[in-house]
Design a protein around this ligand. Structure first.
Ligand SMILES: [Zn+2]
Ligand SMILES: [Zn+2]
Ligand SMILES: [Zn+2]
Length: 329
């Protein structure tokens, strides 16, 4: 059982998940060498993961947990949270914590161990985004869940403990501090200016074009003005939309196109390790007129160290204007 502890000073949460400690990768770098030995995500090794909760299969084999799939979703074997946990707010001395309620799922992107997000065909990326959206909506239905985080770690430097291409989805019974900060900032801007700050940013970036990376019928991508990481790139729906859950089929096609294009470009260029995160409005807040969902692609070419940890101020050696020029599609 894990505990979601709250920092009494900052309000930030920490998940103390003792079970995870069993993973040597968390402590030592030796595991990286062993990576190629055995992969539980490869086709044929379905029995090595918990039973699948969803899958995209060819009609020839619809039997769960057997080969013949194109995308497979399974609970994380080393989950830091548990969907069956009873949610309780508890007190220990002066501190408070929540029981480790939540779901942690892994979306195995393809049966091909050596494929990458940038190498899939468009239809596959579309199918992938569709299945991720289905899981996002499914996990959002739990009444005790307040937030669902979708993310992808690519490369061991970015925290991917398995090389096989995959995404992760973790739901939490609280709204995490990063979201609270974004929501607060967005609400403050809305109250002052009467419009969504992200819509405002989109209009400004379209106008100036200096940080623009790509644009299609529904989406825009640019390197944000205050980029924390070199080549940091955001993808946003051009029309106001507060949650990833509202995306329609046609919009998913556009998203697949812009996302695959940018990732392909990164992979072909300098193939950086990266984290990809989707920031969406909290569960039950789908109509938020001040929050605009977005994808943040965060290449991990720099190491965040003492100054960043001490102050929250990032030092970025590549101006977003230069980054956008390099990435422009
Ligand atoms: Zn594999
Ligand atoms: Zn907006
Ligand atoms: Zn964000």
């Amino acid at each position: 059982m894990s505990e979601i502890r709250q920092d009494i000073v900052t309000g930030k949460h920490v998940i103390i998940a003792v079970e995870r400690g069993k993973r040597p990768h968390d402590f030592s770098r030796k595991e990286e060498v062993k990576e190629r030995e055995f992969c539980p995500f490869c086709e044929g090794n379905e029995k090595e993961t918990p039973p699948e909760v969803a899958a995209l299969r060819d009609k020839s084999n619809l039997k769960a947990d057997t080969p013949g799939w194109r995308i497979r979703v399974v609970p994380n074997k080393f989950a830091a949270v548990n969907p069956e946990e009873k949610l309780k707010l508890l007190q220990t001395g002066i501190y408070t914590y929540l029981t480790g309620k939540g779901a942690a799922e892994v979306v195995i992107e393809s049966p091909d161990h050596h494929s990458t997000l940038g190498s899939h065909n468009l239809q596959h990326v579309e199918d992938l985004l569709q299945i991720i959206q289905d899981r996002f909506l499914n996990l959002s239905r739990d009444k005790e869940i307040r937030y669902v985080q979708i993310f992808k770690n690519y490369g061991s430097v970015a925290g991917a403990s398995l090389e096989h291409p995959h995404w992760q989805i973790i739901s939490t019974p609280l709204i995490p501090t990063v979201q609270i900060e974004e929501l607060k900032g967005a609400a403050a801007y809305f109250n002052e200016h009467g419009r969504c700050v992200f819509c405002t940013m989109i209009a400004a970036e379209k106008e100036s074009r200096t940080r623009l990376v790509a644009e299609n019928d529904f989406f825009i991508a640019f390197c944000p003005y205050a980029s924390r990481y070199p080549f940091e790139t955001w993808i946003l729906p051009e029309d106001h939309q507060s949650t990833f859950g509202s995306l329609t089929e046609g919009e998913i096609t556009s998203l697949a196109r812009i996302l695959q294009g940018i990732i392909h470009q990164l992979e072909e260029g300098f193939n950086p390790p990266y984290n990809l995160i989707i920031h969406s409005a909290p569960v039950g807040d789908a109509q938020a007129n001040h929050f605009h969902w977005h994808i943040e692609i965060l290449p991990r070419l720099t190491i965040t160290a003492g100054f960043e940890l001490g102050t929250g101020i990032f030092i970025n050696p590549i101006a977003p204007e230069i980054a956008a020029e390099t990435l422009k599609l």
